[in-house]
Design a protein around this ligand. Structure first.
Ligand code: FAD
Ligand code: SF4
Length: 519
């Protein structure tokens, strides 16, 4: 990583300092349409950001590399850029201290920033704005379909399906001329739940082989705590807009046609299956959600991908991604402390190593440590499912998910973890807790083959821990869940079970919880 470049300053009096945060690498933002000698852009690597949670090594490298490429792009376009690197002696390592310092050093007469997506940064910038003696302007990131508080403006905060349909209509995505959805169905989710079958083609993912050892050396030199495999000499993620567009095009041509059918499938041998791997490019804003949605829709119009696949994919971006952002801004900061079930158990140590006899967790965690990635069902129905059934504290879990995934930024991590996965928000992100016994994992993956436990055994030696923990969870939280119409069936099944069997199941769960580190 080269040291900061100090570009020549104009002789004019007006000087605007514009901040670009690490997840604001929007190459198409209107700020950058024209270069202007009176404007200097400030991009900063800071310990404030590397240390607020312990991050996966690839997440640190990915952000630093993408910021470096973005600064280089801006300079090439004729913009003036200060790229403050982590070991620069001028680096105060704190957002507000650095901005204050550069406002003074550059003799800026105005400061501008794009609205941050994280509550914590928003608070910092608001309070700094009050302290600075020059005019401060906050502007939109020009990235999302919705604005921050749009969902909260409705009379009643919507559920995801209602919101998604509104978005389809408003942005005319997969719609017929008469206002009905294409295929006369809004949601093809039921067709998107197949396990992998023999003989189905499995295209290799498009992986880069960047050598980022110089970035990695700087991170290590700065003493930043990290975990996971850095892969610094063969870094696989896209770190520029050009590479992000390549990954998107590859997905559209090779993976999208089968994305829908196998969206929920899991395989030991294939980390990525038919998933797009676009979340890092999207969350850093190197790609816009609108262009990804448009590209997917075009694949259907061109007859290159079936409607259930295209709809399933678009729902994730136009629906879930925007929905999570809406929840975040409507419910923060209170959202970050919600703990509906009052779960307090510590995260088992093996979440940081992958060393457990439960094959599904071992594979998902090991893969996450190795690639900084797990697809949605691995996050939701393996790690998240286990954590919820075991009563892990949502605080501990948020810290883990926020650190381990390359795409993890609080607005989308916390709403997925605390909300969708842990139901700690009491039913805002999802209408019921996503939990299952071992049968679901067995059906949707090949993890159970060779596992120390057996998915078909409910209690006793070798019984799959998910089986007894599942019933223990419902038993324990009966007062909070029984009246949920989407859950009633589980209680009816539990109540019909023989009393002795019920007791055995609860004892088995208790045993597993007491020995959680040894599972
Ligand atoms: P694909 O499966 O190809 O999906 C396409 C895109 O849709 C993704 O790139 C993403 O932008 C969007 N998307 C899909 N599902 C969701 C969702 N539930 N919420 C928001 N966007 C979605 N996603 C993050 O971007 N950052 C996170 O920190 C994050 N943490 C998660 C934690 C948990 C416990 C769970 C259950 C899910 C989390 N997700 C998170 C959502 C989802 O798992 C990832 O977006 C997805 O796995 C990224 O891989 P992909 O790009 O290959 O996605
Ligand atoms: Fe996971 Fe249970 Fe299957 Fe083992 S048997 S892989 S613990 S679901």
């Amino acid at each position: 990583m080269p040291a900061e470049k100090k570009d020549k300053m104009p002789s004019r009096k007006e000087r605007t300092l514009r901040l670009i945060l690490g997840d604001q690498l929007n190459y198409q933002h209107s700020w950058f349409r024209q270069s202007n000698d009176a404007v200097t852009y400030l991009i900063m690597e800071m310990k404030q950001e590397t240390n607020y949670v312990m991050h996966h090594a690839q997440k640190l490298i990915g952000f630093f590399a993408a910021m470096y490429n973005f600064a280089a792009y801006l300079r090439k376009q004729g913009h003036q850029v200060i790229h403050l690197t982590i070991n620069d002696p001028e680096n105060r390592q704190d957002l507000c201290d650095n901005i204050t310092y550069f406002v003074e050093r550059e003799q800026a007469t105005a400061f501008e920033y794009q609205l941050p997506d994280e509550y914590r940064l928003d608070q910092q910038l608001k309070s700094l704005s009050k302290k600075l003696s020059i005019p401060v302007t906050a502007t939109d990131t020009e990235h999302f379909f919705t604005h921050r508080y749009e969902m909260g403006e409705a009379k009643k905060f919507p559920i995801m399906e209602t919101f998604y349909r509104q978005m389809r209509k408003k942005h005319v995505v997969l719609m017929q001329a008469n206002g009905d959805p294409l295929g006369d169905t809004w949601n093809f989710d039921k067709e998107n739940r197949e396990p992998i079958k023999k003989g189905i083609p499995m295209p290799a993912p498009l992986l880069f082989q960047h050598d980022y050892s110089s970035i990695w050396q700087e991170i290590e030199k700065a003493g930043v705590k990290h975990f996971g495999n850095p892969r610094e000499t063969a870094f696989e993620w896209p770190t520029s807009r050009r590479q992000s567009l390549q990954v998107m095009a590859y997905f559209m041509d090779h993976l999208l046609p089968l994305f829908g059918r196998f969206q929920d499938a899991m395989q030991k041998e294939h980390a990525y299956l038919y998933h797009s791997r676009l979340s890092f490019a999207l969350n850093t804003k190197m790609l816009s959600p609108a262009e990804v949605v448009k590209a997917a829709e075009q694949q259907w119009h061109a007859g290159k991908a079936p409607l259930p696949a295209v709809e399933g994919f678009i729902r994730q971006i136009l629906g879930w991604r925007e929905f999570m952002r809406g929840i975040y801004w409507h419910y923060m900061p209170d959202y970050a402390t919600r703990n509906h079930f009052n779960h307090q158990r510590a995260l088992p140590g093996w979440f940081w190593t992958g060393k457990t006899g439960m094959s599904c967790l071992q594979h998902t965690i090991t893969q996450s440590l190795d690639t900084a990635y797990a697809h949605h069902i691995q996050r939701l129905m393996v790690t998240g499912n286990f954590a919820l059934l075991a009563g892990i504290s949502p605080d501990a879990l948020d810290e883990w998910y926020l650190g381990i995934y390359i795409d993890a930024i609080e607005w989308v991590e916390i709403t997925n973890t605390r909300g969708m996965s842990q139901y700690a928000d009491g039913g805002i992100a999802g209408t019921k807790p996503y939990v299952s016994s071992g049968a679901y994992i067995h059906k949707m993956s090949n993890y159970c083959v060779g596992c120390k436990y057996r998915p078909d055994v409910k209690t006793g030696k070798g019984s799959c821990p998910f089986n007894s923990l599942y019933w223990h969870f419902f038993h324990q939280h009966r007062d909070l869940l029984e009246r949920n119409p989407r859950i009633g069936m589980a209680y009816r099944t539990w109540d019909k079970m023989d009393a002795g069997k019920r007791e055995q199941t609860l004892q088995q769960a208790k045993y597993y919880l007491e020995n959680i580190e040894e599972l």
